[in-house]
Ligand binder design. Structure first.
Ligand code: E4P
Length: 230
């Protein structure tokens, strides 16, 4: 499963990029607004930090303007994936952009059949929102499972399921078990994956025991060992 960062914060993206595990970035108008920076420059900077799909969302509500926004956004960087809402205009726009060879992420998916529309018009990604469904007492992860199943039933549909609105580590585990192709989450959630009491406890115990080893300089020991063999 590919892992995308769900943020427009350049510092977070730079920090995440050093881990070597992230394959792309998703943004939305709310995330862009939160940063208070120029939209296009932010997208350009992100696309230069992580060499993978970077979702940049259109805001026009009519298809012709949305298509124009999408075609222009696609020119900003080769990594840009144009993000459109799951509306009639969004689906029309997705079709036009996909026909141009532009990758599209259809967002705000809350119902399995909506994902069929996105796939039929050539979306590269469909973004079902897990957390927002959980927030209204629906089963967000069930939506992921159902879309994965529907797409598997029709192998000619090439759209990837991008689990979005991810709120905690178990959402990531469940997305992978459900067969999502991608998950996107804030850096804070990915950091939580490192926090396991047994990982921390085990690390402390290993270091304590290591203190009893006479020669603890691994680098020096290996270098001397290698030199002695040549
Ligand atoms: C990503 O594509 C979505 O915009 C994002 O995951 C929404 O997350 P939220 O529901 O936490 O705002």
């Amino acid at each position: 499963m590919k892992l995308f960062l769900d943020t427009a914060n350049l510092d977070e993206i730079r920090e995440g990029a050093t881990w070597g595990v992230f394959d792309g970035v998703t943004t939305n108008p709310s995330l862009i607004a939160k940063e208070g920076r120029d939209f296009v420059d932010t997208i350009y900077q992100i696309a230069n930090i992580i060499d993978g799909p970077v979702s940049a969302e259109t805001v026009a509500q009519d298809a012709p303007t949305m298509i124009k926004e999408g075609r222009l956004l696609a020119k900003v960087h080769r990594n840009v994936v144009v993000k459109v809402p799951l509306t009639v205009a969004g689906i029309q726009c997705c079709k036009a952009l996909a026909d141009d060879g532009i990758r599209v992420n259809v967002t705000l998916c809350f119902q399995p059949a909506q994902a069929l529309y996105a796939a039929k018009v050539g979306a590269t990604f469909i973004s079902p929102f897990v957390g927002r469904l959980d927030d209204v007492s629906e089963d967000g992860m069930d939506l992921i499972s159902r879309i994965v199943k529907i797409y598997q039933n029709y192998p000619n549909l090439k759209t990837e399921v991008l689990a979005a609105s991810i709120r905690h580590p178990m959402h990531i585990v469940q997305s992978a078990l459900a067969g999502a192709h991608v998950t996107t989450a804030p850096l804070k959630v990915y950091k939580q994956l490192f926090s396991h009491p047994l990982t921390d406890k085990g690390n402390v115990a290993f270091l304590k025991d290591w203190e009893t080893v006479p020669d603890r300089d691994i680098i020096g020991q290996v270098e001397r060992w290698l030199a002695a063999r040549t």
